[in-house]
Design a protein around this ligand. Sequence first.
Ligand code: FAD
Length: 531
Amino acid sequence: MAQFAASASATLPFKAGASLTSKQWRNLAPGSSLRKFGVYFTAHRKNCQGKGFRVVASGAMRTAGGTVEITESESSSNMYFWSDKKRPRVCILGGGFGGLYTALRLESLIWPDGKRPQVLLVDQSERFVFKPMLYELLSGEVEAWEIAPRFSDLIMNTGIRFLQDRVKLLTPLDHLGIIGPTGSSCSGTVQLESGLIIEYDWLVLALGAQSKLDIVPGAAEFALPFSTYEDACKVEEKLMTLERQNFGKDNLIRVAIVGCGYSGVELAATISERLQEKGVVQAINVETTICPTAPTGNREVATKVLSSRKVELLLGYFVRSIRSSVGTSSSENESEKFILELQPSQRGLQSQILEADIVLWTVGSKPPLPELGPSDWPNELPLTSCGQAETDETLRMKGHPRIFAIGDSSAFRDSQGRPLPATAQVAFQQADFAGWNIWAAINDRPLLPFRFQNLGEMMTLGRNDAAITPSFIEGLTLEGPAGHAARKLAYLIRLPTDEHRLKVGISWLAKSAVDTVASLQSALTKVLSSS
Ligand SMILES: Cc1cc2nc3c(=O)[nH]c(=O)nc-3n(C[C@H](O)[C@H](O)[C@H](O)COP(=O)(O)OP(=O)(O)OC[C@H]3O[C@@H](n4cnc5c(N)ncnc54)[C@H](O)[C@@H]3O)c2cc1C
């Protein structure tokens, strides 16, 4: 815990001519006090807001077990203490495909002496989540540790530090032109929910996107989103409860899925396979087709699989409202049902009312970008109408040379001016460029323009089914068990660290060996019993 000392000091080299009043200094770094021009930040505990925060250090700084817990009472400072005063400080907000992979990329690069940056990764969750495989938690194909490993485990043998906390306020300074050339010089501060304040030289904004449920009345109260690990756990819990309640009864479990983009369709395929004849899955889409932006091959395979599993598609409808049957039900013992009011978006269709035991919401998202901290300076972040950070082609936020914005919370346009989709594939590739460009900026080298390489699209359609359309083989769509195996292999390769990849690879191999033996046994039993 020694690295989190009682107070911190930092010097901010400014361009000649920039002079600040003490009030302005306080606004740059709330909780700091100016002792003389040259600047010492002294932390004040009274600014902490009563919440503990959790820091995980790695490598040489780790204590036994690797996790350092710091509570408010143990901490006497609300300034994050960087252990090295000279090396550049890179703060990464969000530990998903964009943030975690940028941290790992920075770690893997070769740095000249004294230039290797100190990297701090901040995430509200203790786990990295490999979102494309969240469905497999519902099908029972994977275990939580495989697709949602703890950050503390992933960074164990690296120099990256991890802090579990929620990002609240951002006070950038880099747009004011008062930072030093490329060396270590404070470019702004980030304030976390615990009250902790982090000064940074380079910032990576990679906070992803969160579900937007406030689109129709009742969705926020009665529908379950499916975007985070916690969401997936809630859906699993609800399905298990319904399965238990209906065990041995004739009642069907009714599942309504709002949205038939990739997420809605993958959920429909996974849940219909799980429930089989015990349930009915209905999927609603405002468009008249499923996965409208998907390659034709993927859409055709998905349509075939959903139809074989008797998923009811309600296409050309939007959900007007969702309410609960509790209070309107004639029997008090009846479990809660949800009523969805559907309105046609196309001519010739009639309004409909659906009843469901569980409603899953897969439509709409918004980036959770932090609010700007109070400042005497003109301070604004360039955002699109959807609230995503606008970047230039080197992935730096427009007008902010020290902030890189990547993944779902950023908007990058390709050479034709089209925004790139919010996918793991984009975030993953951007992380590679962001890491490299931070290296280039610190080492006074030219930054590279980001170029997205579309590798194709994949979707899971159940325990042994998937659709894959690679972009590099015209007209090919892999489906069924071959597609399923190829998708799993592609994702295994993309898992964050060599160590994690190895552990998961062994685990999946062992499971597939057990599955093969089990299916051989059942085939043998069938043959023997019929002879
Ligand atoms: C169910 C599902 C399936 C998907 N399937 C695919 C697929 O098959 N292929 C594909 O390419 N893409 C897929 N995606 C999209 C893909 O997962 C995202 O595009 C990708 O995760 C974006 O990466 P990111 O780093 O921008 O955000 P994320 O990976 O979402 O990471 C953001 C991180 O920021 C943290 N965070 C957010 N707010 C705060 C805060 N205020 N303070 C601190 N931390 C915060 C979050 O906890 C999270 O760890 C899927 C998404 C979902 C939800």
